[in-house]
Design a protein around this ligand. Sequence first.
Ligand SMILES: O=P(O)(O)OC[C@H]1O[C@H](O[C@H]2O[C@H](CO)[C@@H](O)[C@H](O)[C@H]2O)[C@H](O)[C@@H](O)[C@@H]1O
Length: 239
Amino acid sequence: MNIADPLLNLRERPLLVICDYDGTLAPIVTRPEDAVPEPGAPEALKALLAAGHHRAAVVTGRRVAEAAAFLNVPELMVVGLHGMEWPDQELHPPDTAALQIIKAALPDAPGVRHEEKGWTLAVHYREVPEPDQPAVETALSSVPVPPGWEVIAGKKVREFRPSGHGKGRAALRLAAQFPGHLPVFLGDDVTDEEAFAALRERGGVTVKVGEGQTAAEYRVASPAEVVALLRVWAEPPGG
Ligand SMILES: O=P(O)(O)OC[C@H]1O[C@H](O[C@H]2O[C@H](CO)[C@@H](O)[C@H](O)[C@H]2O)[C@H](O)[C@@H](O)[C@@H]1O
């Protein structure tokens, strides 16, 4: 483990720890339904919450129920669908007409997998043979995006979602909910970059998990290092 000292030393302060799920609390795997947490991740989140002076939340592209079931930490707040789905707020009815337009235009290459989430739609191509993936990416780029919708690129996935949400807004909303806590966002994917940008402007701490370009200030190597960091933060201050 090679975690920067300024990150480890944050444990002295009351933190609002916001984690992405896939790639951050769980290693990336071929099939989304197999993405179990990194060993020790649920326990580390529990310990962090039990420490008393920190708060924690997960902000994920998945549905709340799905991420919550993987983690099984009932006391943990989970925000789903890239910031559309909040535990205390009913979702407005899904825009099924827009979803139909998108679905009708999706490429049908072998290995392409649709993950329907009710309100949004993820199109995965991790299981498409590598040489065919650029063609799938190109085909996905020409899928019509209905007015009021946007498409975002993630790890071997394109996600179609209504505009006006996103992890940047979600992170700021959480930070406003816990003004006495220093917000820290940990994420691995392109969709986490807007949270990094938003929180850096607000004086928050941002941590990229793994390789790749990022606006985050710090970096850790893997979900295993995320767990190690959460464990350190869960230790009593001044210890
Ligand atoms: O915001 P996140 O918690 O990172 O969720 C983003 C998307 O993650 C999932 O897809 C990604 O992880 C899968 C499992 O490791 C992997 O097979 C896939 O290639 C990745 O794109 C999830 O399936 C999506 O619903 C999330 O939006």
